[in-house]
Design a protein around this ligand. Sequence first.
Ligand code: ATP
Ligand code: LTN
Length: 329
Amino acid sequence: MERILSGIKPTGQLTLGNYIGALRHFKDFQDNGEVFIFIADLHALTLPIDPEVLRQNSRDIAAFYLASGLDPKKATIFLQSTVSAHSELNSIVQNYLYMGELSRMTQFKDKSAKMNDKEIGLGLFAYPVLMAADILLYDAKTVPVGEDQLQHIELARDLVHRFNHKYGDILVMPQGKVNKVGARIMSLSDPTKKMSKSDPKGDIFLKDDMKTIRKKIMSAVTDMEALVYYDPVNKPGVSNLLTIYAALNDITIEEAAKHFEGCTRYGDFKKEVADTVERELAPFKARYEEIIASGEYLDVLKEGAKKANAIANVTLKRVQNAVGLLTLE
Ligand code: ATP
Ligand code: LTN
C-alpha cells in the first residue's frame, strides 16, 4: 500500500489556511493508503518559542487532527520528537544537501529577513534537511501540503536522486501533492500575503469563536470596484474569498465565480462566504473541544509513537548500512 505522510509544525494557532491547504485533506488518504501524520515539534524549535506554548500548540494540533476525521485505527498520528530516528536520519542526510541550495529556500529567506543575523539559528537554515528526513524515513510517495512547502519537497527529491545514484535504490522518491483549489490562502487583512499562523493580524484562527471568525470575514480587505469576479492580480481580496468559498464547497474557482456572477454587494458576498466557513468549522470546532476535554489524543499519540518507531527504524537501518555505518544486529 502506498505511504502518505504530512505534518504541521506547532509554532502557533492553526489558521484557516492550514485547514484548507493541508489539514482538511489528510483524512481523504486514509482509506486508500498507509497514512502518517505527525506534529513537527522539532521544527517548531527553529524559531524562538516558549516551552509551555509549544506544549499547548502540540496538544491542539493532535486534537485538530482527530477532529478533522483522521481515524487512529487507519492513520498513524504521532509527535516527531517521540521518534528518534528523525534526528538520526537528519544527521546522515545533512551531508547530501548543500549550503547553496539551502540558502535559496524561500521560507528561510522570508523568515531570516525579519531577524537579526545573530538570532538566526542553524536549525532554521537546516530546516529542509530535517523535513527531508521526516519524509524519507517512512518511504512516503505522496506528501500533501500547501504550495509554500513544494520547494522543500523538491529539495528532498534532489537528495533522493543524489543518494540513490551513489548508494543504489535505497530511498523512495516522494512527490508533493497540492490541491487545485486553496493551496495558498491569503491573509484577510493583506491579501497579497500568505495567511500564516505566525502573523497575528486579521487571520482566521481555528480557535477563534464563530462570531470573531464571521467578523473577520465581513471586514476582509477587498477593493473599490463592487463587482465579484476572480482576478488574483487586480482583485486579490475578492479572489481570496472566492477561493475560500470554492475550497470549502468542493467546487472549482470557475463554479464559485459563476455562483456570484453579477453580485455588486460585497456585504452579501462576504455573508455567504462566512456562512460556508461556519457550516464547515462549527462542527469541526465542537469535535475539537470534546477531544481536548477527554484527553483521548494522549493515547493516540502514544500508540502512534510505537507504530512510527517500528517503521522508521527499518529505514534508518537500511540507510546506515548503505552509507557504511557498522550495524551490529
Ligand atoms: P508559520 O507561519 O509558522 O510558518 P504556517 O501557517 O505557514 O506556519 P505550517 O506549519 O508551515 O504553517 O504549514 C502547515 C501546512 O499548512 C503546510 O502543508 C502548509 O503548506 C499549509 N499552509 C500553511 N499556510 C497556508 C495557506 N495560507 N494556504 C494554504 N496552505 C497553507
Ligand atoms: N515544513 C512543514 C511541516 C513539515 C512537513 C514535514 C510537511 C515538517 N516536516 C514533512 C510534510 C512533510 C510546514 O511547516 N509547513
